[in-house]
Structure formats: C-alpha cells, structure tokens
Design a protein around this ligand. Sequence first.
Ligand SMILES: [Zn+2]
Length: 80
Amino acid sequence: MAKPAGRRRSYTARGITRLTCCVRGCTNKAKFEWRICADDNLARPICSEHDVALNTLVMRWAFQNTREPDIARYRQRVLG
Ligand SMILES: [Zn+2]
C-alpha cells in the first residue's frame, strides 16, 4: 500500500482502512487520521499503535505524569 501524501478533506471511516500509517517505516493499516498544524494541517492516516503512542506523548507533555489512568484507559479502548 502506498503512503498517501496527506489531504485537506477528512478520510471516511472506510477509506482510512485502505491506507498505510503515515509514520515513517510503519507498515500497519491506518485506523484514524491526525492533523498537525505545522504540517499544513493535512489529514494523515495513522495506525492504532501510533495513535496511542502519539496520545501518550502529548498527554505526558501537557500533564506530566498526572493522567496515567486516562492514558491506560485510552490504550485499552484502542488496542484492547
Ligand atoms: Zn503506524
């Protein structure tokens, strides 16, 4: 599967699953999309594992170690 270039319009829930995760070196199928302001706010497909990793990174950056239960709950919900 080709890495999409990113796009302005959001992907559909069905369409996103046809794509590969945008993270360099990752070959997982995408499940979600992410938008980064510094990346021209384009919609980028991302796999479940990288979505959890990114959420964990941002939660710890913003709230230090005060939100570990929320991170664990999100991880459980997304990765099972
Ligand atoms: Zn990935």
